[in-house]
Ligand binder design. Structure first.
Ligand code: ATP
Ligand code: MG
Length: 151
């Protein structure tokens, strides 16, 4: 259905900000002035909350996480940027496979299913995900969901 896209993002961030035991601040920014987007809110909540929980888990307490909404007529994009430990190049190929955890993740708890779920949800939604990461610098995940004529 059509959802009001900025409140969807702000609600999601607020859920994390209220429950986050770490100290990271989640900043919101946006580009483009489209107000509504066509998407399944539950599926996309699941996608974005997995990415946000990774950003929190794999970055230091005093760092900033930036959540950016980018709207255009043909697609909506969400960008989640952290200043965390980053992902080793060797781990990128199997990143979305179930039960795969990176070398960087040994100290943090998890099953390695988060990104596998993200990928399945995005496949259902005909969305895409890309990652840019530098070890010791941080990571940016970008999720794109088609709109309008692409559906
Ligand atoms: P789960 O999500 O099941 O609790 P997990 O976080 O280890 O466990 P995924 O979310 O699937 O599993 O992530 C897979 C691996 O990708 C992680 O183990 C970690 O190595 C790496 N990773 C994911 N997101 C980030 C990030 N933002 N920064 C650094 N590494 C990340
Ligand atoms: Mg995870």
């Amino acid at each position: 259905s059509q959802i009001e896209i900025q409140s969807f993002c702000l609600n999601l961030i607020e859920d994390f900000q209220l429950s986050n035991e770490s100290q990271q601040v989640i900043k919101f920014s946006r580009q483009g002035d489209r107000t509504h987007a066509w998407m399944d809110a539950r599926l996309m909540y699941s996608v974005l909350s997995n990415l946000l929980s990774n950003a929190i888990k794999y970055s230091p307490p005093s760092s900033t996480i930036t959540f950016t909404l980018i709207t255009a007529s043909e697609a909506i994009a969400f960008q989640i940027k952290d200043e965390g430990i980053g992902i080793d190049k060797d781990d990128l190929a199997a990143l979305y496979n179930p039960f795969i955890r990176g070398k960087n993740a040994q100290k943090a708890s998890g099953t390695g299913l988060g990104l596998a779920l993200v990928k399945k949800c995005l496949d259902l939604h005909q969305g895409q995900i890309t990652v840019e990461s530098d070890v010791g610098v941080g990571t940016i995940f970008t999720v794109t969901v088609p709109q309008g004529n692409d559906l």
